[in-house]
Design a protein around this ligand. Structure first.
Ligand SMILES: CCC(=O)SCCNC(=O)CCNC(=O)[C@H](O)C(C)(C)COP(=O)(O)OP(=O)(O)OC[C@H]1O[C@@H](n2cnc3c(N)ncnc32)[C@H](O)[C@@H]1OP(=O)(O)O
Length: 640
């Protein structure tokens, strides 16, 4: 039987311009592109370079103009505050027009950056769409980051305006955001004239006049703003992701290629179209939130769900299934960590059985490697296809997936299926040679990458080339290692750099080390990601203390945890740290993190030939053992 996915993939690689010009028909253009792929400035490729359009028009206005203004665009559900309401496309348009007008009256123009530091409320989507409407470039910062991380991003993006909220809502209670924003601005070298603050009833923030404006008060007298016609290649947003150093990388996404790719993916991968309900249980601060809470569903005229809750505890492990039934969700997307948390609370799937999930066609998992157990458990209890798929902040949309809206193929647990049309994925060895099926190597994508993928790093073309394009000229280096089997299925196994993935949050071990070294007692630090049954990976730190430090172990432990939480944020999930006399290093002084990680996770390792002092591995093993790693009994001090 013909394999439609394979033939589409073959066409997308052989004739990318034909393939993507056809896909571009799903978008309303002010000026239809004639040049599909501009390769004149390699290694920078530009999609639809002479096309003109507006992403907000495509996501909102055109659905209202087509007579679907009454359709629900957003279902908002906040289980902790017990607020829940739905917003029609018509109402979204009214809010976005007015907010865009307010931004213009505050001096925001096409190309200006606007930082958005907000929780999972509809106003966050309005803020993103309002920026898109006037050609301002938004940069959303995840609410779980601390003031210092926000400040770093403000300094890099240099926004004209910041939109924020007084607080976010976590199961533990209200998390004040405004004091973090004030602190971030106090630390930042770049300043803004105005902050627009959504002052929520759960926590009223003090507004600093004349800088801070109350969101809804300021909207009262604001004019409406129309869509600005933009070049397809104009940036839509910058989204920061952890780099191997403490300085995050600002991934730049364009307008035209992004809209085309997301619309294509909604139909062909996520099996979702006009009027369908699509739910990605993530956060707008991550790329999943950008692509599949806000832009993707709205671009195709679907209904999206903004959920300000968690998989468990808000109120129970049946929360996802309850909402799927209530809102008639067709396609649902979450992270493997969320399913592991549910499985721990509801191992027999009793809460799943309580709901009528006939509306649900399939569930998608991404954000971290999906272990086969998690996939098999959910597939067994849901009785629906569970689709592991793989992509990155940089790519913006799936690189490997089962094309559920096109031609579903066999699900192989442990694999996110095959490369999606547009992506030529290969596995290369250290010499740049393609390896045989089932042999591991570096996962790379041959240039040009398809529309919707990163165009560069914000104000840093050199770092873009150095990070992604220099190791194998002509290829994008994903930073992941894995293999492709004889059927073309991809398997992603690990990172090749010092990035760890904690509950679907990508974090840099280098950044943890920088923060630990800020402590007066710490001379040197090494942080590795160790396996964790719930979060996939968690950070573990080993520190060497300065001579003469008299702090007790317990006091040091508490202070280091508090420091990391203060500097990086709660999302760091940093709870494992211990002091050691010495760290294992090569003779040239490089810390042997990979060896330490293997010891912690009980994997085979060989003594590195260049190790300076082999005894340091015993020191590390002892410390890891005390923390419950390296195949030993768990101790409570560092795990509670
Ligand atoms: C495919 C491309 C990509 O990979 S893009 C990235 C995709 N990643 C994701 O979508 C993330 C998936 N993960 C999640 O949604 C969450 O981790 C889930 C599974 C729901 C679990 O949440 P939770 O129990 O809060 O654990 P966590 O590890 O996320 O949080 C740790 C601490 O941080 C806090 N936190 C979290 N979010 C916020 C926020 N927006 N504002 C303020 N604080 C936040 C949590 O409350 C938690 O705090 P604490 O340590 O318990 O006090």
């Amino acid at each position: 039987m013909a394999d439609l996915g394979l033939s589409m993939h073959a066409q997308s690689i052989a004739e990318p311009e034909v393939f993507w010009l056809q896909a571009a028909e799903a978008i309303s253009w002010d000026l239809t592109p004639k040049t599909v792929l501009d390769a004149s400035q390699k290694p920078f490729y530009r999609w639809f370079a002479d096309g003109k359009m507006n992403t907000c028009f495509n996501a909102v206005d055109r659905h209202v103009l087509a007579g679907r203004g009454e359709q629900t665009a957003i279902h908002y559900i906040s289980p902790v505050t017990q607020h829940e309401y739905s917003v029609s496309y018509q109402s979204v348009l009214a809010q976005v027009k007015r907010l865009a007008g307010l931004m213009v009256s505050l001096g925001v123009k096409k190309g200006d950056r606007v930082v958005i530091y907000m929780p999972m409320v509809p106003e966050t989507a309005y803020a993103m769409l309002a920026c898109a409407r006037i050609g301002a470039i938004h940069s959303v910062v995840f609410g779980g980051f601390a003031a210092n991380e926000l400040s770093t991003r403000i300094n890099d993006a240099k926004p004209k305006l910041i939109l924020s909220a007084s607080c976010g809502i976590e199961p533990s209670g209200v998390v004040p955001y405004k004091p973090l924003l004030d602190d971030a601005l106090a630390q930042a070298s770049h300043q803004v004239d105005h902050c627009i603050i959504l002052n929520r009833t759960e926590y009223k923030a003090e507004l600093l006049s004349p800088r801070d404006l109350d969101w809804y008060n300021a909207l009262v007298d604001a004019p409406d703003a129309d869509c600005v016609s933009l070049d397809a290649t104009d940036p839509l947003y910058v989204l920061y992701t952890s780099g191997t150093t403490g300085q995050p990388k600002g991934v730049v996404r364009d307008n035209g290629g992004h809209a085309v790719a997301l619309a294509w993916s909604m139909k062909h991968i996520y099996d979702t179209g006009v009027g369908d309900v699509f739910w990605a249980a993530s956060d707008v601060g991550w790329v999943v939130g950008h692509s599949y809470i806000v832009y993707g569903p709205l671009l195709v005229g679907a209904t999206t769900v903004m959920y300000e809750g968690k998989p468990i505890g808000t109120p129970d492990a049946g929360a996802f299934w309850r909402i799927i039934e209530q809102k008639q969700v067709r396609s649902f997307f979450t992270a493997p960590t969320a399913i592991r948390a549910i499985k721990r609370e509801d191992p027999e799937g009793d809460l799943i059985k309580k709901f009528d999930l006939s509306c649900l066609k399939q569930m998608y998992l991404a954000g971290e490697r999906c272990d086969p157990d998690t996939l098999n458990w959910s597939q067994h209890h849901l009785g629906k296809p569970v689709i592991d798929h793989w992509w990155q902040t940089e790519t913006g949309w799936p690189v490997a997936a089962n094309l559920m809206g096109t031609d579903p193929i066999e699900i192989k647990p442990g694999s996110p299926a095959r490369a999606v049309p547009g992506y030529q994925v290969e596995i290369l060895d250290a010499m740049g040679q393609q390896v045989a099926p089932n042999e591991s190597g570096n996962v790379v994508i041959k240039q040009p990458l398809p529309p919707g993928t990163l165009t560069t790093l914000w104000q840093n073309d050199k770092r873009y080339i150095d990070s992604y394009l220099s190791m194998y000229p002509g290829y994008y280096l994903t930073g992941d290692a894995g293999y492709i089997d004889e059927d073309g299925y991809l398997y992603i196994m690990s990172r090749i750099d010092d990035i760890i993935n904690v509950a679907g949050h990508r974090l840099s071990t280098g950044r943890f080390e920088e923060v630990l070294c800020q402590h007066d007692a710490v001379a040197e630090a090494a942080v590795i990601g160790v396996q964790d049954k719930l979060k996939g990976q968690v950070p573990l730190g080993l520190v060497v203390l300065k001579n003469g430090v008299t702090l007790s172990d317990e006091a040091l432990y508490k202070e280091l945890l508090a420091l990391v939480r203060h500097e990086i944020g709660p999302v760091a999930s940093f709870r494992l740290v211990s002091a050691v006399q010495k760290l294992p290093k090569t003779r040239s002084g490089k810390i042997l993190r990979a060896t330490m990680r293997k010891i912690a996770d009980n994997q085979d390792y060989t003594m590195p030939a260049t190790i300076e002092d082999p005894q340091t591995l015993d020191i590390v093993r002892n410390a890891l053992t005390k923390m419950g790693y390296a195949n030993a009994l768990t101790t409570e001090l560092t795990k509670s």
